[in-house]
Ligand binder design. Structure first.
Ligand SMILES: *Cc1c(COP(=O)(O)O)cnc(C)c1O
Length: 358
């Protein structure tokens, strides 16, 4: 068998379906609308959304208009597709042509959408800011909108987003919940949506009508306290190219930053930060090889070196750099970032393999 020469990203759609079921169980009574922005967190928005449609998902969230158009063109099912970026004066015809539901997030967006809807009826969601200060109408703006509803604009969903849900002890979540409860009643016909992955974990009062799971579908988080029921969806592996001996006190890699203390056996692997593996994990993360976790010594553009002790190793043997042994949340912690960033960086240089029904 020829040795594989390239890294491999395996996406387990059965694990994705399992995670979707876990999240739905956590939020009974709410519709779970998967977030598939950024090409399904780097794992493929179309295969992810198609499989989740088969599992019962009927609405999806993307960030960009172009993501919504691509998903509409290829999904092949009449799902609701929400576009988080909302509406600008020039995007109305494209949103309408692809039957996308914009999430209106500011007064200028409301004005542009209202002008468009006066000529061609439009369904939209409205995002309200309840304390995160990133996007969404202020309480005054949403009251004004409720008092003067624009003709032709049907507000189908009212939503907000939590800023500190990953810390269950942070009192700001409850304050945001109060603020949201206060404004959602202004639109009694609209459905309410508040919780992303971390919010789902906060419990029933945060769930409302629609939950928006993202990272937990893909096996991560909520940050720093991963839920043991979630399975790894992405596995990133790369083949060993060389096995070498590095003497005590010798350097490995650039800038003499990494000095091995004792004589070490090292495997050099065909993956690097050009494949989206974060350079900052150097010396801090682990890889899985021959039944054990191994220290990652260096991460360069195309090559990673790990310490392999006495393990038998040959060129072509695959090493797991992310997966069911090297957990997404642990990798994120080693990189000083969140699971979301680790996933979306996994580029397209690696070969992609999908497991499970698509
Ligand atoms: C990205 C995003 C989500 C999903 O967040 P996760 O932490 O990945 O679950 C939900 N809602 C909004 C508004 C988002 O921007």
């Amino acid at each position: 068998m020829p040795a594989p020469s390239s890294a491999r990203l395996t996406i387990d759609l059965d694990a994705l379906a399992h995670n979707y079921a876990v999240l739905r169980d956590l939020a009974p009574g709410a519709e779970a609308a998967p977030v598939v922005k950024a090409d399904g967190y780097g794992l493929g928005a179309v295969p992810v959304a198609r499989r989740l449609w088969a599992e019962g998902a009927r609405a999806f969230f993307v960030a960009r208009l172009s993501e919504g158009e691509a998903l509409r063109a290829e999904l092949g099912h009449p799902a609701t597709i929400y576009v988080l970026d909302g509406f600008t004066p020039d995007t109305g015809p494209r949103l309408a042509a692809a039957n996308l539901t914009p999430v209106l997030c500011s007064r200028p967006q409301i004005e542009a959408a209202s002008a468009f809807a006066a000529a061609e009826a439009m369904t939209a969601a409205i995002q309200v800011d309840t304390g995160m200060n990133r996007q969404g109408l202020t309480a005054a703006e949403i009251r004004d909108l409720a008092a003067n509803p624009p003709r032709g604009l049907r507000v189908e969903t009212i939503m907000s987003h939590l800023g500190s849900a990953t810390d269950p002890a942070d009192p700001r979540s409850a304050a945001q919940l109060d603020a949201f409860a206060g404004v959602r009643s202004l639109f009694p016909e609209a459905r309410a949506s508040f919780a992303a992955s971390a919010g789902i974990a906060l419990g029933h009062v945060y769930h409302f009508d629609i939950v928006r799971p993202g990272i937990s579908l893909y096996g991560g988080g909520p940050e720093e306290r991963p839920d043991a029921r979630l399975k790894a969806v992405a596995t990133f592996e790369a083949p060993i190219l060389y096995v070498r001996q590095v003497g005590a006190g010798e350097m490995i890699g650039y800038g003499s930053k990494t000095i091995v203390e004792a004589e070490s056996r090292v495997a050099v692997i065909a993956a690097g930060y050009a494949d989206g593996l974060i350079r900052g994990t150097m010396g801090r993360s682990q890889a899985w090889f021959a039944g054990a976790l191994r220290k990652v010594l260096i991460v360069t553009m195309d090559l990673i070196a790990i310490e392999i002790g006495e393990a038998e190793a040959s060129p072509g043997d695959m090493v797991e750099l992310l997966g069911s042994h090297v957990l997404l949340d642990d990798l994120a912690a080693a990189a000083g970032t969140v699971a979301h960033e680790c996933l979306v960086r996994l580029g397209d240089r690696a070969e992609r393999v999908y497991l499970g029904a698509r």
